[in-house]
Design a protein around this ligand. Structure first.
Ligand code: TRP
Length: 338
C-alpha cells in the first residue's frame, strides 16, 4: 500500500502559541505515529513575507517553530521538516497553478478579504496566498492536511485547483487533499476571549518562561460575577482553554468548582498549573534545541533534500503534462508519464 501523506505548515511570524498546538501540532503528532504515514512539517517562510518583514525575527521564529514541534513530540527521525524557501520547486508550481486559477476564485479568498482596505493593505502576495499554499500541498501529494478552522477555505481552493488540472489534462498527477480540522467549530480563545491569533495580539506562547506564562494566564479576561458566585463555564475563556489540555476527570472537577463559586484567581491558578505541568519537560527540551541552531539547520537541510526528491518528481510530471521543456513521447491526452 502506498503511504498516506500528512503535511502541515505554520508561518514563522511569532512564537508558536496554544492555538497552533491544538489546531495543527497535536493532530500531526497523532497522525505521525500511525503506520504507513509519511509526515511533512514545513515552515512557510515565503507565506510569512506577505505581512511580516523582519529579517532577524524570521530566522529566529523559523528555528523556534521547528524546536517547538520537536519538543512537543514530532520526531525528526520520522517527520520531514523543511523550509518552504529551501524547496524552489514550490515556486515553479505556484506559477503553473496561478495560470489555472480564475481571478474570481482569489477574489473570494478570505485572507485578503479580511483586510479593511483592499487597495492599501493588500499586496499581490497576500492576494495570491492560496495559490502558493496549494503548491505546497499538491507538490508533496498530500492526502491529509491538519489545520485550524480558518484554513478550510484554502484547502478547498487547493482541492479545486487540483481537480480542475486533473480533469483538463485527464491525468491523476495531483492528489486531492483533505483538510483535517481537529475540534471543528471550536474556537480556541485568546487572552481577550476572541479567537487566539497573532493578528489580535492575544496569544499564549507555548514555551513562554513560567513566570511569563503565569502572568499571561492571569491576564485572561473574566466576567464580573461576584467573587463567590457560581461561574458559567460556557462563557469562560479559562474553562475553554482548560478543557483543551485536561483529562475528562480534571475537567469535571473544575466544572464542579465553577458551580460551587470558584474565585477567578483560583481558576487561573488551576489553568496555569495544568499548562506548566505539561510543558515543563518539553520546555527544557525546547531550550536545549534553541541553543543548538546548527542542529536545527541540519534537520531542515536534510528535510529539504528529502522534500525536493518528491517535489522534483511531481514537477517533472506536471511539466510533461503541460508540454513545457520536454519532448513529449506521445500525442494525445497527456495521461502518459515521463
Ligand atoms: N496558511 C497557513 C496558516 O496561516 C500556513 C500554510 C501555508 C499551510 N502553506 C500551508 C498550512 C500548507 C498547511 C499546508 O496557518
Amino acid at each position: 500500500m502506498r503511504d498516506q501523506v500528512v503535511l502541515t505548515g505554520i508561518k514563522p511570524t511569532g512564537m508558536l502559541h496554544l492555538g497552533n498546538w491544538v489546531g495543527a501540532i497535536r493532530p500531526t503528532i497523532e497522525l505521525s505515529h500511525k503506520p504507513n504515514m509519511k509526515t511533512y512539517f514545513f515552515i512557510p517562510d515565503y507565506h510569512a513575507l506577505t505581512n511580516f518583514k523582519s529579517p532577524d525575527k524570521l530566522c529566529e521564529y523559523t528555528y523556534g517553530a521547528v524546536a517547538t514541534c520537536i519538543a512537543l513530540g514530532l520526531d525528526p527521525s520520522q517527520v520531514v521538516f523543511y523550509r518552504q524557501s529551501d524547496v524552489p520547486e514550490v515556486f515553479e508550481l505556484n506559477w503553473i497553478l496561478a495560470c489555472f486559477s480564475p481571478k474570481g476564485l482569489m477574489d473570494r479568498a478570505h485572507a485578503y478579504k479580511m483586510k479593511s482596505n483592499p487597495n492599501s493593505d493588500v499586496n499581490m502576495g497576500l492576494y495570491t496566498y492560496p495559490i502558493l499554499m496549494a503548491a505546497d500541498i499538491l507538490l508533496m501529494h498530500s492526502n491529509w492536511v491538519p489545520v485550524g478552522n480558518d484554513q478550510q477555505q484554502h484547502l478547498e481552493i487547493a482541492r479545486d485547483l487540483a481537480r480542475r488540472f486533473n480533469q483538463q489534462y485527464r491525468t491523476d498527477v495531483f492528489t486531492l487533499p483533505e483538510a483535517l480540522i481537529s475540534l471543528a467549530g471550536v474556537v480556541i480563545p485568546g487572552l481577550d476571549g476572541r479567537k487566539m491569533s497573532k493578528s489580535y495580539h492575544n496569544t499564549i506562547p507555548i514555551f513562554a518562561p513560567p513566570e511569563h506564562l503565569r502572568k499571561l494566564v492571569f491576564h485572561i479576561a473574566t466576567n464580573s460575577s461576584g467573587i463567590h458566585d457560581q461561574k458559567d463555564i460556557e462563557t469562560s475563556t479559562i474553562f475553554q482553554l482548560y478543557q483543551l489540555f485536561s483529562t475528562p476527570k480534571q475537567m469535571e472537577d473544575l466544572k464542579r468548582q465553577y458551580q460551587n463559586g470558584i474565585v477567578w484567581k483560583d481558576a487561573k491558578e488551576a489553568l496555569f498549573s495544568l499548562l506548566d505541568d505539561q510543558l515543563r519537560g518539553p520546555r527544557a527540551y525546547y531550550e536545549t534545541l534553541m541553543d543548538n541552531p546548527q542542529k536545527l539547520e541540519r534537520i531542515l537541510q536534510e528535510g529539504a533534500s528529502q522534500a525536493r526528491e518528491v517535489a522534483s518528481k511531481t514537477l517533472e510530471r506536471v511539466r510533461y503534462t503541460l508540454g513545457i521543456n520536454q519532448k513529449r513521447k506521445t500525442h494525445g491526452n497527456g495521461s502518459s508519464r515521463p
